[in-house]
Design a protein around this ligand. Structure first.
Ligand code: KET
Length: 430
């Protein structure tokens, strides 16, 4: 018996040797990924990579939408520091449920749907903790594909570049709708309304809830009402990406206005929320995807399906950021401190808009820069061409995306003069 076993083993090991030899001769050892070309640089995060690699002491990063204080330093909010202090003793390291922290999700829904929302009480909202705003969008895109496999998504022109990647990777075909008017540097409201009307009934639309990225142009309250009305007529499904709640006006409640208008009109919709910007929790990857349903039964079903999408992707979301958020929002004093700190961030940005515009005017720029203060949120969509942006980077070490978007969060008292001068240099003969 022992002899037979050892013979069998020898045979087996020889046959696997032969298998390896055959594989090695048919394909050189480097062949597995031979067809893989380097991916193109990400238009936003690639800018940070280039900035970090530049040794110049003058360099300025106004690329990625990440808040900096007036010394150009990243900020950890005081409310976050205090929450960290309070949870420091916690030794809870277990998995969260697939849908994430129930407490965090509950508090997050109140921010979007309203503190005393009947919909929350009636349990009509299917909601799960997501990997920040990106993860919420992606989970929704996958959900859309699974349950409306033939649907498309209408995306504004322009939009956050990653929206295209997200719905592409979820295999949802993309259509676009008019949004920004390059001449007026404002909203192309007529074009937007036409596209809403001309889309097939029951289309999915991606809307930026506030502080549109990259344009900084939002519809007015009246315009939102008209948009909502037309969505109702057409039976479209609105999906709100709300990555900047609080960054438009300084008040998260005011920044939820568009959502509240759609709520009043009785829409069913989805929302992606993120704490990256408004709580400065960028790297914690904490956010929420919610889908408003007809009733509790539907919400239970939808939530279970969202969880089923999450399970094979990342199983369950991370704990720490969720704990920070629920600690802050679950405590009246900490929540008030957060609201004050959001306002400080938004106000600093608004101040920098004025400073940048005034500096350009002082330089007697032949162009109008009024749009810098008309636009809101983290970004200024400057109107500079990709070639002008290249000159800013190559000659002045100023880093921004090639669509001319300036992250106002990276502008400071110390660099605004340098930035204005460089912008003037590359645009004055335009
Ligand atoms: N939506 C929009 C509109 C958005 O601008 C961002 C981030 C996100 C979602 C995702 O953020 P998250 O960190 O996943 O919660 N925008 C900035 C950073 C990035 O590109 O990832 C940016 O535009 O610079």
């Amino acid at each position: 018996m022992a002899v037979r076993n050892s013979m069998l083993n020898r045979l087996l090991s020889r046959s696997s040797d032969l298998g390896v030899a055959r594989w090695m001769s048919s394909s050189s050892s480097s062949s597995w990924w031979k067809s893989v070309e380097p991916a193109p640089k990400d238009p936003i995060l690639g800018v940070t990579e280039a900035f970090l690699a530049d040794p110049s002491p003058d360099k300025v990063n106004v690329g990625v939408g990440a808040y900096r204080d007036d010394n150009g330093k990243p900020v950890v909010l005081d409310c976050v520091r205090e929450a960290e202090r309070r949870i420091a003793g916690s030794s809870f390291m277990e998995y969260l449920p697939m849908g994430g922290s129930v407490k965090m999700v509950e508090e997050t829904l109140k921010l979007a749907y309203g503190e005393n929302s009947e919909l929350i009480k009636d349990k009509r909202i299917a909601a799960v903790q997501s990997l920040s705003g990106t993860g919420a969008c992606r989970l929704f895109a996958d959900f859309q594909k699974r349950f409306h496999p033939d649907s498309q998504i209408y995306i504004p022109v322009p939009t956050w570049a990653n929206h295209h990647n997200i719905w592409r990777d979820a295999h949802v075909p993309q259509r676009t709708y008019h949004y920004y008017h390059p001449e007026t540097k404002g909203l192309d409201f007529a074009g937007l309304m036409d596209d809403i009307k001309n889309a097939p009934n029951g289309s999915f639309f991606l809307l930026h809830a506030c502080a549109h990225n990259p344009t900084g142009v939002d519809p007015s309250e009246e315009q939102w009402k008209e948009i909502s009305y037309q969505f109702k007529v057409k039976g479209h499904f609105p999906f709100f990406d709300m990555a900047y709640q609080g960054f438009a006006s300084g008040d998260p409640e005011r920044d939820a206005k568009a959502i509240r208008i759609f709520l009043e009109d009785g829409h069913l919709f989805g929302i992606a929320q993120s704490y990256a910007k408004n709580m400065g929790l960028y790297g914690q990857r904490v956010g929420c995807l919610s889908v408003l349903c007809e009733d509790e039964k539907q919400a239970v079903a939808v939530k279970s399906q969202l969880q089923q999408l999450a399970r094979p992707m990342y199983s369950n979301p991370p704990l720490h950021g969720a704990l920070i958020v629920s600690t802050i929002l679950g405590d009246a004093d900490l929540k008030n401190l957060w609201l004050k700190e959001v306002k400080v961030m938004a106000d600093r940005i608004i101040g920098m808009r004025t400073a940048l515009q005034e500096n350009l005017e002082k330089l007697r720029s032949p162009l109008s820069w009024e749009h810098i203060t008309n636009q809101i949120g983290m970004f200024c969509y400057s109107g500079m061409t990709p070639e002008q942006v290249d000159r800013l980077t190559n000659e002045f070490h100023i880093y921004l995306t090639r669509n001319g978007r300036i992250s106002m969060a990276g502008v400071t008292t110390g660099n605004v003069g340098y930035l204005a001068n460089a912008i003037h240099e590359v645009t004055k003969s335009a």
